[in-house]
Design a protein around this ligand. Structure first.
Ligand SMILES: NC(=O)C1=CN([C@@H]2O[C@H](COP(=O)(O)OP(=O)(O)OC[C@H]3O[C@@H](n4cnc5c(N)ncnc54)[C@H](OP(=O)(O)O)[C@@H]3O)[C@@H](O)[C@H]2O)C=CC1
Ligand SMILES: O=C(O)[C@@H]1CCC=N1
Length: 265
């Protein structure tokens, strides 16, 4: 794991929870103060030496910020074992960005994970590069399986997928926070409001997951004619909340394309 920050550590934690042996993992960081912290928390080898970390690796996950990816590839490219699958989680950067900067035919897989990976409840969207075999993709899928659901998609879907499931937890936490604040504004103690909002979000997501029901129908079941819910939903429609979500996802997609253009595709 090269660059073990928020996302890298979440993927690491999920994979380890599912049985990946910590003694088979090396995690790199930039700041030395993170070395001990990560080693204590996960039992993995830690180092600031990216080149040493990739020696003998089968899977190399690159989890630095998109702007730091090119320098990382320059640093470790020649040290990568030929068979090592390079897995990028960087938003916006296509598999060709890696293939153009790595030794010829280095296998590359692009993945968009999300932070619930840390508890095995993540969503990862995976696309294979030009030179990766089915067995190598299966190896990456096996590692990711511990982090939650994994789906293989054409690479063209990566940008919108990043906006839905990659950034999605932030939007969900935003809603959770807003609902909690609304409860406080309506007179509930903060702890109680937080508990009600959290369990409601969890229960609603599980209900849809377990029944497969369309969310619009599930919403109708809650919405009694002339009742309280329709009064609230009307305000959400007046505030154009649905349109705001559509705009948010469009803005996120635009930003991913901007990042790719800024960094040279
Ligand atoms: N956060 C998320 O929910 C998601 C993020 N991603 C992608 O994951 C990647 C990382 O994002 P995120 O985890 O949020 O960012 P973070 O800043 O939390 O993590 C990046 C980590 O890389 C480390 N790093 C930077 N340069 C080096 C280097 N040369 N050698 C070793 N370590 C280095 C940083 O160390 P230091 O802190 O010391 O600078 C930091 O810990 C991005 O490409 C992003 O697009 C994808 C999906 C979701
Ligand atoms: O905000 C970001 O750029 C990263 C990518 C997807 C989620 N977090």
């Amino acid at each position: 794991m090269l660059g073990t920050g928020n996302m890298g550590e979440a993927v690491l934690a999920g994979a380890l929870r599912a049985g990946l042996a910590p003694e088979h993992v090396t995690a790199t960081v930039r700041r030395p103060e993170r070395l001990q912290e990560l080693a204590d928390r996960h039992g993995v080898r830690t180092t600031t030496d990216n080149v040493a970390a990739v020696e003998g690796a089968d899977v190399v996950v690159i989890a630095v910020k998109p702007k730091d990816v090119a320098a990382m590839l320059t640093q470790v490219g020649d040290a990568l074992p030929h068979h090592a699958v390079v897995v990028s989680v960087a938003v916006g950067l296509p598999t060709s960005f890696f293939e153009d900067r790595l030794p010829a035919r280095q296998p590359v897989v692009r993945v968009m994970p999300n932070t619930p990976a840390a508890i095995g409840a993540g969503m990862s969207v995976l696309s294979a590069g030009e030179s990766v075999t089915d067995e190598q993709v299966a190896l990456v899928e096996a590692v990711l399986a511990g982090t939650g659901d994994v789906v293989r998609v054409p690479e063209a879907y990566q940008t919108p997928a990043a906006a839905i499931s990659g950034s999605g937890p932030a939007y969900v936490f935003y809603v959770l926070d807003a609902l909690t604040e609304a409860g406080v504004a309506a007179g509930l103690p903060r702890d109680l409001s937080s508990r009600l909002a959290r369990q409601t979000l969890l229960g609603s997501a599980r209900l849809i997951a377990e029944t497969g029901e369309h969310p619009a129908l599930a919403r109708e079941r809650v919405t009694s004619p002339g009742g309280t819910t329709i009064a609230g939903l009307r305000r959400l429609d007046q505030a154009a909340v649905r349109a705001a979500f559509i705009d948010a996802v469009a803005a996120s997609c635009e930003r991913a394309e901007e990042i790719a253009a800024e960094l040279g595709d």
